[in-house]
Design a protein around this ligand. Sequence first.
Ligand SMILES: [Zn+2]
Length: 204
Amino acid sequence: MSFTSSIMYFFAGFIIAFLFPRIPILMITRGKGFNLVFPEHPAPVPLSPKLTQRVLHMRMIYWMGFIVSLVPLVFGLASVKWGNAAFGFGLWISSGWFILSRLQTFIGGPKPPWTLDMAQQLQIIMDETKSIQNCCSMPVAEWRVLTVSCARCDAKLSDLPRPDLGRKRMDGFFLGGLRLLMTDGYPVIDYDDDSKNNINDSEE
Ligand SMILES: [Zn+2]
């Protein structure tokens, strides 16, 4: 096998193992039927038990990627041993990297984009808007790109930036998917979205 074809096999393995564990987040929940209760991306999402449940689902799918990544890892090892070594090495490096980066969470690395804590925080904000009327007489909490705010009076209820919520993305499947691959679901501080959803923030 020539050097060039080895490199190509390596990158093929690398890309396959890169995409593989991310497929659940890219595919599950993007269908229209899954998102009937939510406004279309990138509109703010009203806080509701459904939204809290969605955050928990996204969290579950995120960790599912961890298990899914074991497939290319095992295939990679098998391929290094019995098949195309360059291809197997690509698979192995990429999924190994993925697993290590996810494990960082447990040693004080960045938190996943969706956490139990986040779901609880949303629940607390929702309960507060029902009991304590802290901003206006009928608060309606909604999740904007950078904050949870009241849809009626624009008061900021929390500084919780919104991660991807599994909705079909405005920029389409491929561009949206590419963006998801780059951000890994973390909130994007995007000036376009920012100006659409937080016009009043800039006027304050
Ligand atoms: Zn209000």
